[in-house]
Design a protein around this ligand. Structure first.
Ligand code: NAD
Length: 415
């Protein structure tokens, strides 16, 4: 993933002939924390965990980005994902920089009590290297609103009583009762849907009866599917960490969600679809493909087989650079991750603003503001792609980098 994000950055930086000193700054991360910490397991044994937080750049504002609990989390993955966050927040016009982190573990191997103790001890180990005006984590793969509530509670508990409520915005994606925002749960998936809707408007495509497939049926995949289904599109296949399912006549997103929640997060065994070979997933006949799981899923091996006309990147870094070349040559449109899934960080920004200002917004207000911001970003990317004669990803990177370049030129380099 690091190789991919660097190539994407260099490609855009070359096109705009980015100032070479600013390029040097943006090529590296500002801060990298690796923490090893002990946690008592349910059986009384102590296990040592390794957690990461990489802060790439904060020229535009506090670092912002998710925390992921997955065996593939390491320093390079955190670096790559932190860089993508910088481009994403810059593109969205938010007052944030980019960060990412997590813990290298398989959460299915731990009880809820253990995950709570792991999360709290990780938060304690990060200490004041995160903070509401410094670095604000959010949910990502295998972390959720509950994880954020534990982080908030631990972080606040380490502050003196008169400081505690000032720190409500140390994390976003919290449960509503713990200071979360209406709509943050669906913000990323809704944003993915919106970008598909804007694409369809541009291309004069009717989404009704269009067939789509989704990799990853978690927060992002489910909500994107939910809104597309409401628009009349038909979900025909889903893949998750456990396998793949298919039904030509359509899979009900709500029934599948109900099943997954009762089946420890797995889609396998769902009666409304048949199991299929995961190797054939991306080659399925469909109109829209939504990768909403991990990075590097669309590769040179499966890119030539893809039949979808549009790939909407719900996940971060799902398409590798070489696969993208193949797809673009074949005329497949790609809504790039830093645009497609930016609804999440925009929703987080709204939560952060509400916490900071002591406000509570209604769901309709949140979704309306989100749509306005995403439409603005989408329009800018389409316009830049046309004017520079580049693909949407390159256009999105150019907008993001130019904003940072302007900031550095105006501020200069200290001292
Ligand atoms: P999640 O943990 O809620 O869901 C992840 C889903 O991916 C699960 O269904 C899981 O089974 C599936 N999965 C895991 N490994 C897989 C594999 N090898 N093959 C197929 N499926 C696999 O995570 P999420 O929050 O929905 O995040 C999904 C993606 O979206 C990630 O790339 C994340 O960085 C990105 N993203 C998330 C948010 C957010 O707000 N949650 C915001 C922006 C981007």
């Amino acid at each position: 993933m690091l190789d991919n994000v660097m190539r994407q950055f260099n490609n855009a930086a070359d096109i705009i002939e980015l100032n070479k000193n600013i390029r040097k700054i943006l090529e590296v991360t500002n801060n990298e924390f690796i923490v090893h910490f002990p946690v008592r397991m349910d059986n009384g044994e102590v296990e040592i965990f390794t957690g990461y937080r990489v802060q790439h750049n904060n020229a535009l504002g506090p670092y912002k980005g998710g925390l992921r609990y997955h065996p593939t989390v390491d320093i390079d993955a955190a670096r790559a994902l932190a860089m993508w966050m910088t481009w994403k927040t810059s593109l969205a016009g938010l007052p944030y920089g980019g960060a990412k982190g997590g813990i290298q573990l398989d959460p299915t191997k731990y009880s809820q009590d253990e995950l709570q103790r792991i999360t709290r001890r990780f938060t304690y180990a990060l200490g004041d290297n995160i903070g509401p005006e410094l670095d604000i984590p959010a949910p990502d793969v295998n972390t959720n609103a509950q994880t954020m509530a534990w982080i908030l509670d631990t972080y606040m508990s380490t502050k003196s009583p008169n400081e505690r409520s000032k720190n409500l915005h140390v994390v976003t994606g919290k449960p509503i009762g713990a200071g979360g925002s209406e709509g943050r749960d669906r913000a990323t998936g809704y944003g993915v849907f919106l970008t598909i809707k804007f694409w369809a408007e541009n291309k004069k495509v009717d989404l009704k009866n269009k067939r789509f497939i989704v990799q990853g049926f978690g927060n992002v995949g489910y909500w994107a599917a939910h809104f597309l289904e409401k628009e009349g599109a038909i979900l025909t296949a889903v893949q998750d960490a456990y396998g793949s399912i298919y039904n030509e006549d359509g899979i009900s997103t709500e029934k599948l969600l109900e099943y997954v929640q009762a089946n420890k997060g797995s889609i396998l065994g769902f009666s409304g679809a048949n199991t299929m070979d995961s190797a054939d997933f991306f080659g399925l006949d469909c109109d829209i493909c939504i990768p909403a799981a991990l990075g590097n899923q669309i590769t040179v091996e499966n890119a030539p087989k893809i039949k979808a006309r549009l790939i909407a990147e719900g996940a971060n870094g799902p398409t590798d650079v070489k696969a993208e070349e193949i797809l673009l040559k074949r005329g497949v449109d790609i809504i790039p991750d830093i645009l497609c899934n930016s609804g999440g960080v925009i929703g987080s920004y709204f939560e952060w603003l509400q916490n900071r200002n002591g406000e509570i917004w209604h769901l309709d207000e949140v979704l309306e503001k989100l749509e306005k911001k995403m439409r603005e970003s989408f329009g800018k990317v389409v316009h830049k792609a046309k004017s520079k004669k580049v693909d949407m990803r390159t256009a999105a990177f150019i907008i993001a980098i130019e904003r940072l370049e302007e900031t550095y030129v105006q501020r200069g380099i200290f001292p």
